[in-house]
Design a protein around this ligand. Structure first.
Ligand SMILES: Cc1cc2nc3c(=O)[nH]c(=O)nc-3n(C[C@H](O)[C@H](O)[C@H](O)COP(=O)(O)O)c2cc1C
Length: 360
């Protein structure tokens, strides 16, 4: 079982949804990096449940505590332990689901793998596990910004069948993303998305969506061919987020419908370095960054736990109808924006350190 991620900047997450708490241990943070809870909390606030009427009603403040590895606001280079308490658990909500595996959730597969599972809240399969990644990723983001000026911005590009109009990837900021509760920077489309999510919530149903992410000012040369290509590791990072169903970089699947003559990114001189005129490659060629922005998309399914009665069978195979109780997200993408950004920071941060330590 792997709860660890990364080679040099190595993160291990811990905790279950309804246990005492969740968090992460970060090993390999560059010593001397200025870091405090204040650098980490904003991303946890953007991920936290109960932040708006579009999310689950589970209300957690998700205040992070740094337990080790930092003294007088500076990283010591030793393991940084990050801890967040669970406070608003309601295990009773899961009583009816103890004997019935939720369709398309992880109850059945965890039971098959371990022969035992957390009795409520989904245990490690719950999105609460992602708190540790976000806390660790916020540290990686700080390092990447201070060392290279790297900016990572993700936003909601689609909810159900509503897709946002084209957004300027060079100028988009987290501030503009956060102007709407759905985290779509196009106001008109955001309004439609909000209505769609509210309707799904009222109907006790759920909706999927797409997040787009841009990583700017990433230097050329990051990524480790051949198995640890930048896009391969980004895909792994993104597909490890719960509820993900797809990953595309650059032109993605749409590129299959283009001719090579249109799809190639011609080189041009940008200042003193080579750049490309277009960016269908999404900033990566041969698994190595080329200095252009990394652009990728992540598809999220409609969350599995819904109040609408579902015909299914219990663990014994007996026909039953499941009406899930509890508080659940009608659509995960507004909260997943911070998770996508932080996972991208973990991948790029790890590659940046691998490259740094390689240099003479
Ligand atoms: C931010 C976020 C919130 C989520 N909230 C819920 C939820 O309220 N209910 C639910 O059934 N699944 C939710 N999920 C998804 C489940 O954790 C996930 O679908 C489940 O563990 C099964 O894993 P899989 O979908 O990756 O196969 C959420 C995912 C994310 C990223």
């Amino acid at each position: 079982m792997s709860s660890s991620f990364g080679t040099v900047f190595k993160v291990t997450t811990f905790g279950e949804s309804h246990g005492k708490g969740v968090g992460a241990v970060v090993d390999g943070c560059p010593p001397g990096l200025a870091i405090s809870e204040k650098d980490i909390q904003p991303q946890l606030d953007r991920r936290r449940p109960g932040q708006s009427r579009l999310t689950t009603d589970r209300d957690e403040t998700d205040q992070v505590t740094i337990l080790s590895g930092v003294e007088d606001g500076r990283a010591l280079g030793t393991p940084i332990a990050l801890s967040v308490a669970n406070r608003d658990q309601k295990p009773g909500d899961y009583a009816s689901m103890l004997s019935i595996p939720r369709p398309s959730h992880a109850d059945y597969t965890y039971q098959m793998k371990y022969g035992i599972r957390a009795s409520s809240g989904g245990g490690r399969s719950s999105a609460r596990e992602t708190i540790g990644r976000v806390a660790a990723g916020a540290i990686a983001e700080k390092f990447l910004y201070e060392e290279y000026g790297i900016e990572i911005v993700a936003w909601v590009n689609a909810v159900g069948t509503i897709t946002a109009s084209e957004i300027d990837k060079n100028s988009i900021t987290r501030k503009s993303v956060d102007e709407t509760i759905v985290r779509c920077p196009s106001e008109v489309d955001a309004g439609k998305m909000v209505i769609a999510i509210k309707d799904a919530k009222e109907a006790q149903d759920s909706l999927g969506g797409i997040i787009t992410c841009v990583c700017r000012n990433v230097p050329a040369g990051l990524g480790e061919p051949v198995f640890d290509k930048m896009e391969a590791c980004l895909a792994q990072a993104m597909m490890s987020i719960p509820a993900t169903k797809g990953f595309e970089i650059g032109s993605g699947f749409a590129g299959t419908q283009m001719l090579g003559s249109r799809h190639n990114d011609p080189f041009i001189l940008k200042g003193e370095k080579l750049g490309t005129k277009t960016n269908f490659s999404g900033g990566v060629q041969g698994g190595i960054t080329n200095g252009e922005p990394i652009v990728f998309r992540v598809a999220f399914k409609p969350p599995a736990t819904i109040g609408i009665p579902q015909r299914t069978v219990d663990f014994e195979g007996k026909q039953t109808v499941l009406e899930a109780k509890g508080r659940h997200d009608p659509c995960v993408v507004p909260r997943a924006v911070a998770i996508v950004e932080c996972m991208a920071a973990l991948v790029i941060g790890d590659f940046a350190l691998q490259q740094k330590y390689r240099e003479p």
